[in-house]
Design a protein around this ligand. Sequence first.
Ligand code: COA
Length: 326
Amino acid sequence: MTRTVRSAVTGVGGYLPDNVVTNEDLAKIVDTTDAWIVERTGIRRRHKAGPDQLTSDLAVEAARKALAAAGRTPADVDLIVVATTTPDLTFPATAAIVQRKLGVPVCPAFDVQAVCSGFVYALSVADGFVARGHARCALVIGAEEMTRLLDYTDRGTCVLFGDGAGAVVVEPVEGEGTTADRGLLGFALRCDGGKTDLLYVDGGPASTGHVGHLRMVGNQVFRHAVVNISEAIEAASRAAGVEIKDIDWFIPHQANQRILQGVADRLGIDETKVVSTVADHANTSAASIPLAWAAAVEDGRVKPGDLLVLEAMGGGLTWGACTLRL
Ligand code: COA
């Protein structure tokens, strides 16, 4: 029988900065209430990086935990892909800075920019390297300081986002080529650049020369979310050859409880299978999936052998899903 090499996730880790900002804290600086934020989003609090803490610092903490979980050290790493929309600097890539801070030997290291969908995109890039034998120990990190992009006079956006990082280690494993194999089994990645105006940052090196602030037409983003995400999950599961009823854990991007519940309802995924950290983390963009994943591994819900589906949607608009067996 022909053996198949797949890319498998062998370790997961998450890191949140210590400082917690509650809805009540925000209600002191912008016209909002805890009740409004909880009812419309499910968010109760978010973490905010300290003034001297960089995105790469959060990434390094998460990466160390993921490497420890995989039984690997920085010396083993031969690929770093960082998904971020809030890099330390315009260049070099945050991945290069993470490489230096972790002490990883010379290897490919670069960032992926697909905003909140960045982690799913980055995972598919690492899958390309690992499954083809071009890397044997890849670090895939989602790391964000979204609070640096917020306009704290805009109540429609400043209550929604937080900071954090999550990381996974991806390594080759041999399988039989069936859906019982460990590994990344199916992806669906999408972008509709016709919808850039719905969610963007109003600055950048080539336009204003400044970083800018996050702008969003929230109700229109909401309208696209459930349908688009559901389609991507169905496509990723078809590509994997599995049925949605067989999924053990649904680990969505943590933008809004109503969106992730809406997707679960549309696809008939029982709410007991949904990993939700939105109340405590808010939307940490590319970090949200690995952060939620790490929390569910830490508390013993997600175990080796489980079939997982990850999904995200963000600026671009980008969206996507990945079906995998741990
Ligand atoms: N506190 C109190 N009121 C607020 C508010 C806040 N933080 N933010 C907006 N409002 C008000 C608006 O000003 C508006 O008031 P008006 O009717 O007097 O003009 C009213 O609430 C309704 O605004 P709307 O934007 O239509 O609300 P909504 O029900 O769509 O909820 C979001 C707003 C942002 C929570 C919701 O649209 C959403 O979650 N969208 C998706 C966002 C998302 O997840 N984006 C990231 C994807 S990665």
